[in-house]
Each structure stands twice: as C-alpha cells, then as structure tokens.
Design a protein around this ligand. Sequence first.
Ligand code: FAD
Length: 348
Amino acid sequence: MNFADNVPLAPLTTLGVGGPARFFAEAHTENDVREAVEFARRRELPLFVLGGGTNLLVADAGFDGIVLHIAIKGIDESDAGGKRLFQAGAGEDWDGFVNRAVEKNCAGIECLSGIPGTLGATPVQNVGAYGQEVAETITEVYALDLESGEVNEFSNEACGFAYRTSVFNTLARGRFIILGVRFALEKNGAPKIEYRDLKNYFATHAGQPSLAEVRKAVREIRHSKAMLIVEGDPDSRSAGSFFKNPVVSPAKFAEVHATAERRGLQVPSFPGLDGQVKVPAAWLVEHSGFAKGTTRGRVGISRRHALAIVNRGGATAAEVVALKNEIQSAVLSQFGIDLQPEPVFLGF
Ligand SMILES: Cc1cc2nc3c(=O)[nH]c(=O)nc-3n(C[C@H](O)[C@H](O)[C@H](O)COP(=O)(O)OP(=O)(O)OC[C@H]3O[C@@H](n4cnc5c(N)ncnc54)[C@H](O)[C@@H]3O)c2cc1C
C-alpha cells in the first residue's frame, strides 16, 4: 500500500478548498484498511476516512494525519423474503448504485438519485432527499471497529438512524470504518412520490411513473437547484446544503412564527418526529438577508439554492467559515435559531 505525503485535499472535495493531508492512502480491501490503521497507530497520527469528499470542509492548514480514501468496490445481489438484497462495498459510487437498482426495477432509493459521494458514507448522516432516507432500506452496515479491531455487523436499529444522524456521526463518531452496506429493495416496487416538487413534476402524468422516470425527475429537479454535480456548473462547487433544517419544539416554533408575522412573513414548516416542528433552513437564511447569489469575495451562496455555500473560484476555508458564521449570527439574531452546519469539518 502506498502512503503518499503532503497530498492536496482540495481537489478531492466538491467544495474545493483546504490544505494538504500529511499522509494519504487508498484502501481497496479490508486488509488495506487494517494496514492504514496500523500505519496511523505506529506514527500516533489521527486517521480520517474520506469518501467522495462531498460533505467536507477541509481547513486551510490541511490535516496533520492520515487521510484514508475508501475505494472498496463490488456489489453482490441475492433474493430473500421477497426482497432484492444488494450488498455493496463502501467505495461504490452512490449514484451509480441507485442507477443499477432502478435499472433492475428495485424500489426504495430512487428519490436519492443524484446525491454525490460514496455508498459507504450514506449511513453516516442517514442521507436523505425528496421524501426518502437510506434508513428505510439499509438492513446491515459492516464496519471495522478501531477499538476492538473486529468487523461489526450493525442491524438497521443498531445504526440509530434519525434526521441526518446515526451512531456513526454521533455516539461513535470516528470509531468505525464502514466497509460495506446491505440494502433490501422492493422488486418491481412503486416509486415514492410524496415530496411536493416530485408531485408537481408528475401532476399531469398519466398513470404511475416508473422508477426510471422518478430517477430522471429527481436528477432534473436537483440540476435546476445546482444540487447535482455537473462539470463546469459554478453553483455546484459546494458541499450541498451547508445547514441542517432545524427541528424545534412547538413553543419555539410559535416564537419564530410570531417573529415572522411581525415582518409580514409566513414561516413554512413540516411535522418532525415526536411532535417537533421542522423549519426549512433555506427559508431562514433567505429571510435573514442572504438571498440566492449573495457574494462575499470568492465565496457566496448558490444562485439556485439558498442553502449551498459555493466556492466561486480560489476561495479559502477561512472565507467559507466567515460566511457560515455571518449567516448563523444573522439567523440567530433575527429568528432565535442556531443553525447547525451539515458538512464535516476537517483539520479545524
Ligand atoms: C451538490 C451536493 C448535493 C448533496 N445533496 C445531498 C442530499 O440531497 N442529501 C444528503 O443527505 N446529502 C447531500 N449531500 C451531502 C453528501 O453528498 C452526502 O453526505 C454523502 O453521503 C457524502 O458522501 P462522501 O462519500 O462524499 O463522504 P465524505 O464527504 O467523504 O465524508 C463525509 C463524512 O462521512 C465519513 N465517511 C465517509 N466514508 C466513510 C466510511 N466508509 N466509513 C466511515 N465514515 C465514512 C467521513 O469521515 C466524513 O465524516 C450533497 C452534497 C453535494 C455536494
């Protein structure tokens, strides 16, 4: 296995900012992962697991440790309990995997078309979009436990999935390296068309759209919002949504609602779990003075989505953080909500 030193990380991320990794290696097998873990241990250096770098902000000083890129490939299919099971390597491209499932007419992840990154990262923040989450179809996650050196099998329940979280980015953050994931998909199942944008898209469609049509629709809608990575599209040079949608108590929501009403605004909301209320972060950002297309030097907000902070060319991580801080302060002072970033910060 090759351990390269001083490898620039910016080109390995979609945001394209940040400094180098002291060491960088690529793991194609479980043994490679173990070798990298050993390498890190011998040198007493921290290890960071990199997938597609699509949910990542790297500090300008880089990372003084080992960045291990997971490139474990392979997909096995089988049938059980009337479902189609797909067991896939963590390094598989997520959207390629969705495409394969849709081509085989298997339902359950079609709304997650066009999300960039690796398959192995999807359980980490319970990737979701357009009314679907991976938590709905993941049956097991296989991960190397850095404490015991064993490969653990996590059932869906053991993953502790919730909105944009799992045990992998909360209680056990940094402890497990995901090697593979198993999904159970519905053979010849119906697509999920619950999200407003999708319903509108198919409003005049005769009969039930196919999984392939839903995949195409999701990718088109994402493209219109620059939430699809397209070479040369300056608004897609981002880490996707930079803030999570805040989930607040009904009492807190009543306060936000009253604040908005005093300004003649109606704040949108969605029901969250356990009676909580989910407020669209994009709405809060836009109504706190950050319209789409807002620019601060070399960084700004996407012209097509208020939640994406974009690198307009040659930006630094410090500039991204400054804009993030400015947005957080404005939303806090205007609506009393402390927005939480969605991307992972490395080297800060
Ligand atoms: C344009 C755009 C649109 C996006 N849209 C969405 C969306 O609709 N919904 C959504 O949920 N997300 C979205 N994202 C965010 C991102 O695509 C997902 O979070 C994705 O799953 C990250 O995958 P990755 O391989 O790039 O992970 P990385 O960015 O490389 O890593 C993210 C985190 O996961 C950890 N990680 C990665 N692989 C492993 C592994 N094998 N084992 C353990 N930990 C691991 C990393 O250590 C890091 O903490 C979007 C991003 C972009 C740029």
